[in-house]
Design a protein around this ligand. Sequence first.
Ligand code: WTA
Length: 695
Amino acid sequence: SLASSDHLRHVESMTQLPSGAGQISHLNAVILGEPLASEENDLVFPSHDFSRQALVSSPEQYWKMYKRSVEDPAGFWSEIASQFYWREKWYPEVYSENIDVSKGTVKFEWFKGARTNICYNAVDQNVEAGNGGKVAIYWEGNEPGDDGQLTYAELLEKICQLANYLKHVGVQKGDAVVIYLPMLMELPITMLACARIGAVHSVVFAGFSAESLAQRIIDCKPKVVITCNAVKRGSKAIHLKEIVDSALVESDKNGVPVGLCLTFENQSAMKREDTKWTEGRDVWWQDVVPQFPTKCAVEWVDAEDPLFLLYTSGSTGKPKGVLHTAGGYMVYTATTFKYAFDYKPSDIYWCTADCGWITGHSYVTYGPLLNGATVVVFEGAPNYPDSGRCWDIVDKYKVTIFYTAPTLVRSLMREGNEYVTHYSRKSLRVLGSVGEPINPSAWRWFYNVVGDSRCPISDTWWQTETGGFMITPLPGAWSQKPGSATFPFFGVQPVIVDEKGNEIEGECSGYLCIKRSWPGAFRTLYGDHERYETTYFKPFAGYYFTGDGCSRDKDGYYWLTGRVDDVINVSGHRIGTAEVESALVSHPHCAEAAVVGVEHEIKGQGIYAFVTLVEGVPYSEELRKSLILVVRNQIGAFAAPDKIHWAPGLPKTRSGKIMRRILRKIASRQLDELGDTSTLADPSVVDQLIALSDC
Ligand code: WTA
């Protein structure tokens, strides 16, 4: 059906492409492709039934919209933005930008001058439209059977009570609030309450250690930290409040005292009586918040006012505070959610990401609620009590859109199909993947076994910095290729450049950059606009540099190939190798450390650390454990090295630079690909390292 003569006519008329959109000229091949899934051409087509009901149901419909979005971004986005509530319209322009460092400060502005509120759009608007009785959040606890739900009207009341409390304790527009909560309903509630009063939330993933939390608190100086006493992950209770306590001691020592720690009592994990308490600073949520009125006036903010800060890893040891603003982020997350998942009001949507990461911000909280969706929020671990838990949840809530990370797909795949096939899963209609490239075999298992070969997979490529999807399938529009994120979203102009920053056309591979701004783009790194420019806009002047490698095939499909900088993706968690190194070298027995990513069957990438010990200290199993512990304590358990490789010396150039290329080869045992080692100050260290590989 997709290769009708109509399509052909469109293909012909599409051969003259507007400048800047040449990268998808190969879309033609997709339209002409054989409408069958087959190993040879690796094309997996959406079913006719799916396409027919889809929001975007053909390549040419996409093409028309895409073409408009890049030729007339102001017209395209203002039309979409008009569907939101704005207290005042933008003035005088829809957007303005300078992406080119050589032409001055990098600056993106969307809908500047407009006044709006993302909480109002995500919640009040749905209630006012008559959907107050619709379930906004289904909450599934760690223990099966422990659950709850909130309608949009109830959600609004909860948000207002907290917003009123925050105002009462002096939180004002522009103030930072740090949130260190697990996946309770209170997490999205808190984010939305902050947004409602114009406060800037900074959610810290509740798997980060006290030191990492302290570092973030010190950077953004919040008026309040919001947490809960404990959470159960699987069968283990984690005392979050104690982590916050240590972080607050640390931040206080660094001149950032925080006067208030609002603590939610998570009774299923820990009783109030057992919680350590600092009188005068700590307040139980349940003691104060419910006493406040269930209505709270909205703070109208400028579209360019900050909405949130989210710290992410880069190539230095210091995390970057990625700053997103209210208006553009709102329009972008809502629109990407709608199209990439082909969202319909009857959908039940579940994203397994934690709100501590960008995926949870954009696609647990904001994007779905802005669309009036029903969202499942899951507190627990996907393999507890057993590996069938996800599908149990899918059946329980009749989930129609299921969005997760390749690492989970791979780990469940290993447990066997029975855990999946035991459940019906017939409610599912769209699957999604994010966080790292999904390998074709995991893609196929996800498609064939989980989705019974009938649910398209939206493999969404994007970043903390981009706010929302950048390259993603539109599930009803075109055929998919297992492992490819396919084509750019509306308004996004990806380019692949070579080492010198020259754009490469057609079939190629190189560095992935983006030309022109998009509404969801981050606006700066908090307190460090210079680092923003240096990291993202200077490497290839005139473009936003993503840090990812990418290739484009003969059909124009994009294939993300992983980070090209010193960032690694471990189980979809973004970690800077420099952060792990700086944790390791803080150990008194560690003289030097070099960390590289290495392929890992389940996690995608594992953390491989080369460690040089202080003169005279012997290697021991105990020392290995204590080095790993140092990383767990300083960053979090998710950053623990998988392998410590004792290194009497590290391969360095004569100028003292560590040759990571060689370390990566040693780590992945590609010993015949070490390349030229003659430029090393001491080439013999390579042999020593190889000899110590299995210690
Ligand atoms: C990687 C997560 C391939 C990529 C949303 C990017 C992906 C980094 C994909 C950002 C995907 C994310 N295919 N790679 N579908 N999605 N990545 O900031 O390397 O935590 O640069 O944002 O994850 O990670 P971040």
